[in-house]
Design a protein around this ligand. Structure first.
Ligand code: AHG
Ligand code: MN
Ligand code: MN
Length: 356
C-alpha cells in the first residue's frame, strides 16, 4: 500500500489517532465470537452470558450516574447475610442481576453476596448449564460519596448433565471457574473478563451503548510500587504481615521503596489499578478474624483467576487462592493479590521465611 506522506504534523497525529482508534471498534460480542472460542462446547452460551453481564453493567452504571438525583443513596435499614448494613444500591444492583438472568436461558442458578441462599432456575435447565455467582456492588462504603464501585462475577458449570444442579453445586473451587471478571464504575465503565485465554478489557461507550475493546491481553507488571490495604487494621494483623508492611515503608531506592499507599475502599478499583500498573492489594486475616473479610466464591476466586491470567499471583498468605477448598457459599478468605514478585515477597514474610 503506498505510504501517504503527510507534511503537517497535526494532521499526521490525527491520521495515526483515527487509524488506531478505528481498529478499536471491536465490540464485546464480536470479540468473544471472533477471537475467543468462548464456549467449552458449541452454542455460544458463554459469549451470550458475558453479553448479559454487560447489560447488567450498563444498567448499574446508569443508576450510579443519577444516584444523587433520585432517592437511591443511603441504606435500606436491613442487615445482610454478611452481617453488613445493606445500601439501597446493593439491593438495586442485586435486583438488576435477577431481572436480567431470570429472563435468560443462560444460567440455571444464581448466587449473590446479597442473598443468603442461591436462586435455582429450573425453567432454564437443561439448555442452561452455567451457574453465576456475583458480588453485585463491590465497595458499598463508597456509594454516598461518589467514589469508585464495582461488580464481580464468577461462572461455573453444572457438573450433572442429566439433573438440575443443587445449591451445593455452586460451591466450587476457584480452579473450576469457566469465566470470571468484573465491572468497574469509575471515570469510565469497564468490563474486564477472562475465560482462561488471557484478560481483556472493554470500555463502555455510553453514546452508542457498546463495550469496545480498549485493553486487549492485559499483562500485570512483575513488580509495582503501590500497596492497597486498610492500614487501620495494622495491629490486628499476624506478625509476618506487619513485618512485610514495615519493610515496604522503609526507604531503599534500589528496591523502589517506600511503596505508595493507594486504597479506595473498593476491591475492584484497587485490583484494576494494580492489574494495569503493578503492586499489591491485601486484606489479611486478623487476630480475631483469621479468615479475613473478603468472600472466596464471588470476590477472591474471580479476581485471583483474572490476576493469574494476566501473569500475577493471588494467595491467602498460606496457599494459592484458586486451590482453596470451597466449603460454603459465603466463606471468607484472607487475600494477597497483585504482581507476582510482590505477592511472593508478602507470602515469604507471612510464612516467616523473610524478616527483611
Ligand atoms: P463489599 O462492598 O462488596 O462488601 O466489598 C467491600 C470490600 C472491598 O471492596 C474493599 O476493598 C473492602 O471491603 C473494604 O473493607 P474495609 O472498609 O474494611 O477496608
Ligand atoms: Mn465486595
Ligand atoms: Mn458487595
Amino acid at each position: 500500500m503506498r505510504k501517504a506522506t503527510v507534511r503537517c504534523p497535526a494532521l499526521l497525529k490525527t491520521v495515526i489517532l483515527t487509524s488506531t482508534m478505528s481498529q478499536f471498534l471491536l465490540t464485546l460480542s464480536r470479540f468473544t465470537a471472533q477471537k475467543q472460542t468462548v464456549d467449552h462446547e458449541a452454542g455460544g452460551g458463554l459469549a451470550r452470558l458475558l453479553g448479559q453481564i454487560g447489560l447488567v453493567g450498563k444498567r448499574i452504571a446508569q443508576d450510579l450516574r443519577r444516584a444523587g438525583l433520585i432517592d437511591i443513596l443511603g441504606t435500606t435499614g436491613e442487615v445482610n447475610v454478611q452481617g453488613e448494613t445493606v445500601k439501597k444500591l446493593d439491593e438495586i444492583a442485586n435486583e438488576t442481576f435477577l431481572k436480567v438472568f431470570h429472563q435468560s436461558e443462560h444460567v440455571c442458578a444464581l448466587a449473590s453476596e446479597e442473598m443468603e441462599k442461591p436462586v435455582l432456575l429450573p425453567e432454564n435447565w437443561p439448555q442452561a448449564q452455567y451457574m453465576l455467582l456475583f458480588d453485585p456492588l463491590d465497595g458499598s462504603s463508597n456509594t454516598d460519596c461518589n467514589m469508585p464501585l464495582g461488580t464481580i462475577f464468577s461462572v461455573v458449570k453444572s457438573k450433572h448433565k442429566d439433573q438440575m444442579p443443587t445449591m451445593d453445586d455452586l460451591v466450587c473451587n476457584g480452579s473450576e471457574q469457566v469465566a470470571a471478571g468484573y465491572l468497574l464504575y469509575g471515570a469510565s465503565t469497564m468490563l474486564v473478563y477472562t475465560i482462561g485465554q488471557g484478560v481483556h478489557g472493554f470500555t463502555l461507550d455510553p453514546g452508542i451503548g457498546e463495550y469496545l475493546l480498549s485493553h486487549e491481553q492485559i499483562r500485570i507488571p512483575d513488580r509495582g510500587k503501590i500497596y492497597a490495604v486498610n492500614e487501620g487494621n495494622y495491629h490486628q494483623w499476624p506478625e509476618g504481615t506487619k513485618k512485610y508492611f514495615d519493610y515496604l515503608k522503609m526507604k531503599d531506592s534500589a528496591t523502589g521503596r517506600p511503596y505508595r499507599g493507594r486504597y479506595s475502599g473498593c476491591l475492584v478499583a484497587d485490583v484494576h489499578r494494580i492489574l494495569i500498573g503493578g503492586g499489591i492489594y491485601l486484606y489479611p486475616g486478623e487476630l480475631d478474624k483469621p479468615e479475613g473479610k473478603l468472600r472466596l466464591l464471588y470476590e477472591a476466586n474471580p479476581l485471583a483467576w483474572i490476576v493469574e491470567q494476566a501473569g500475577g499471583k493471588a494467595s491467602t498468605g498460606a496457599m494459592r487462592i484458586l486451590d482453596v477448598e470451597a466449603k460454603q457459599l459465603h466463606q471468607r478468605v484472607p487475600l494477597i493479590i497483585g504482581s507476582a514478585n510482590d505477592v511472593r515477597d508478602a507470602v515469604a514474610f507471612n510464612q516467616g521465611r523473610r524478616e527483611s
